[in-house]
Design a protein around this ligand. Structure first.
Ligand code: ZN
Length: 129
């Protein structure tokens, strides 16, 4: 590690090669006010918090992106309805998924975890104790 090493030293979890750090403008041809880490070879990517370098989670390929979308489609309406706080929903997510607060983010989920959460919703067990 040299001191010139950038924050962009994130490896693609599929091929283990360094991901490319690009702006949304470079990647999509449109400025969404974010950046991305991209592995073209694996069609894997993850966005950042705004224009910063902090990734929102781990790089995801097409299949994992779809699974994460399905998870968001189940989780987000719970707090977006304002019937409960986002915090309460994520505390619950942490409990049913048996994860720490750092791990209980859909952007961090792997395929197995996404499938587990989707199954919990399918069985209507998200709120069961
Ligand atoms: Zn890759």
């Amino acid at each position: 590690m040299t001191e010139t090493a950038k924050v962009a030293d994130i490896n693609c979890p599929y091929c283990d090669k360094p991901a490319r750090f690009v702006s949304s403008r470079e990647f999509y041809g449109r400025d969404y006010g974010t950046n991305l880490y991209v592995c073209t070879l694996c069609d894997a990517r993850v966005g950042t918090h705004g224009r910063g370098k902090t990734p929102l989670g781990t790089l995801a390929n097409g299949n994992l992106r779809n699974l994460r979308k399905m998870c968001h489609a189940r989780i987000d309406p719970l707090w977006k309805s304002r019937k409960m706080s986002r915090k309460a929903v994520y505390m619950r997510l942490q409990k049913v998924m048996e994860l720490t607060s750092e791990e209980a983010h859909i952007g961090m989920f792997n395929e197995h975890q996404c499938q587990k959460l989707i199954a919990i919703f399918e069985r209507g067990e998200f709120w069961n104790d």
